[in-house]
Design a protein around this ligand. Structure first.
Ligand code: UD1
Ligand code: CA
Length: 493
């Protein structure tokens, strides 16, 4: 794969620059490579590892988001392989470049196949596509440390209480920055396994030093793979006497480096991410009761003075205004709410837009395309789909409203149903401002109820009702005096 135009590295992570650079002494050219080609065997899943979600987004997307805050997106390369097309399809909206690692022969091999893509850069930051808690600040500090140390390889390390499963960092001396080697868990001696300083799987390499020596990696290890971690030992051998070194920079925030290799690790990362999201929301003035019970995706936006009760799920691109209350057991996806909306318990919403001051639930089901007007009410066991319910209109009980345009100040009686589907096509019901639909009415679309009109209870409306008219479409009631008494009397004989 050919590299695209290079931007300069953003050493200050807050203000990435995209201007092209010519002088390497002032601005080294820095790329980010994200290793994302692995299968994720330990997940026992059909879905490739980096597409497993935490905080409502694929692992890889979180890593890409951090990367593009450090270097311009055209300098980010995702190395994909297992189910490559699926991974590409899920993440190409981010605009990153992709490098194909057709056979996955280890993390070292992943960087081997990226050689052409990275040839035009001075340094490459290597990230793991399965470690989504990494922050741009930490990546930026790692890069700065690498440049200050004039290192050939800099690795990000962390002290973990439970280092099991991670590679361990063998420092040359306890206090020095220099690293002798990284030893993988499986190859580590009992003594080495006691080391709590782990290799995070995040690195910065000088491109020249990496590709000048990557050919020296071998597959003489437990997995018969090329380990990128072995570059520490390889560079120490090759660069002996040279100025350039292998160093480690330890982050104080150990949780940033956690990888999601197993379902249990994914659950742990997801929980940390969502608690952090709740903390941010609370800092912005949102009340979240019992945050540990709420599932709030990372992109959800909520304005101040809104209250989120326990056991609520807010998913996808949901946006909630100020002063709303979302009561327990509601699941809300990709929906927008104005200010002062009351969502009573147990509502399910997807792709809905709710005007300010509306009251929903308990147990309302708002499906995609539901637009609920300001101050409107949608009550218990009401299902809506692709409808407009005007300002102040009410559908309070046991109703299905699909493919309908309903005006302002309309009252929809209990048990009303829009018959929108004739078995082949969907048709629209129009109910104009101020109309009153009696309980248990069926409106057979296409049909229109005019402004201020009345529909008598239990009517089956099959033709348009003019403005201000009353339509009653039901069988005439028959009354037979004494019928019941006679029936009872006849049974006694
Ligand atoms: C790796 C490190 C280990 C470190 C840990 C931190 C190696 C040999 N070990 O172990 O020292 O403590 O990360 O999380 O590197 N990948 C590819 N192509 C491949 C193989 C893997 O792109 O051929 C990708 C995977 O999709 C994954 C990343 O590289 O995103 C890391 O691979 P993984 O198998 O998870 O390595 P670990 O066993 O976690
Ligand atoms: Ca991993």
């Amino acid at each position: 794969m050919k590299t695209k135009s290079k931007g300069s590295a953003a050493l200050s992570t807050t203000s990435p620059t995209t201007s092209p650079t010519t002088s390497p002494t002032t601005s080294p050219r820095v790329a980010v490579a994200i290793m994302a080609a692995g299968k994720g065997t330990r997940l026992k899943s059909q879905l490739p590892k980096v597409l497993h979600e935490v905080g409502g987004k694929p692992l890889l997307e979180h890593v890409i988001r951090a990367a593009v805050r450090v270097v311009p997106v055209q300098d980010v390369f995702a190395i994909i392989g297992h189910e490559a097309e699926r991974v590409r399809a899920a993440t190409q909206h981010t605009g990153v470049n992709f490098v194909l690692q057709t056979e996955q022969r280890g993390t070292g091999h992943a960087l081997m196949v990226a050689a052409d893509a990275l040839a035009g850069y001075d340094h490459v930051i290597v990230l793991s596509g399965d470690a989504p808690l990494i922050t741009p600040q930490t990546i930026g500090r790692l890069l700065n440390f690498h440049l200050d140390e004039r290192a050939a390889m800099t690795l990000l390390s962390a002290d973990l209480d439970n280092p099991a499963g991670y590679g361990r960092v063998l420092r040359k001396s306890p206090r020095g920055a220099e690293v002798k080697a990284i030893v993988e868990e499986k190859a580590a001696s009992a003594k080495q396994r006691k080391i709590r300083e782990i290799n995070s799987g995040f690195y910065v390499f000088g491109v020249k030093e990496l590709y000048g020596n990557i050919g020296k990696l071998s597959t003489a290890n437990a997995h018969h793979e090329f380990y990128l971690t072995d570059m520490a030992g390889v560079l120490n051998q090759s660069l002996r006497g040279a100025q350039q070194r292998v160093v480690a920079w330890k982050t104080a925030n150990a949780s940033e480096v956690l990888g999601g290799n197993t379902r249990a690790e994914l659950a742990d990362i997801d929980e940390r991410m969502r608690l952090e999201k709740c903390r941010q929301l609370m800092a912005d003035g949102v009340t979240v009761f019992y945050p540990a019970t709420c599932v709030i995706d990372v992109d959800v936006e909520i304005a101040a003075d809104t209250v989120i009760e326990p056991y609520v799920q807010l998913l996808g691109k949901t946006r909630i205004g100020a002063g709303c209350r979302v009561r327990s057991y509601s699941v809300i996806r990709d929906s927008e709410m104005g200010d002062g909306v009351m969502v009573r318990p147990g509502c399910v919403m997807e792709g809905a837009r709710i005007g300010a001051g509306a009251v929903l639930g308990p147990y309302s089901h708002l499906r995609p395309g539901s637009e609920i007007g300001e101050g409107a009410h949608v009550g218990n066991f009401v299902e809506t789909k692709k409808i407009k319910l005007g300002k102040g209109s009410k559908a309070n009980h046991l109703t299905y409203l699909g493919d309908a345009e309903i005006g302002e100040g309309v009252n929809i009686g209990a048990g009303t149903i829009t018959c929108n589907y004739d078995g082949v096509n969907k048709h629209t019901t129009v109910i104009e401002d101020g109309a009153f639909i009696g309980s248990d009415s069926t409106l057979v679309a296409p049909v229109r109820v005019g402004k201020g009109a009345y529909v008598g209870a239990a009517s089956c409306i099959t033709s348009d009702v003019p403005e201000d008219a009353l339509a009653v479409g039901r069988a005439q009631q028959i009354v037979k005096p004494g019928w019941a008494r006679e029936k009872r009397a006849s049974r006694k004989k």
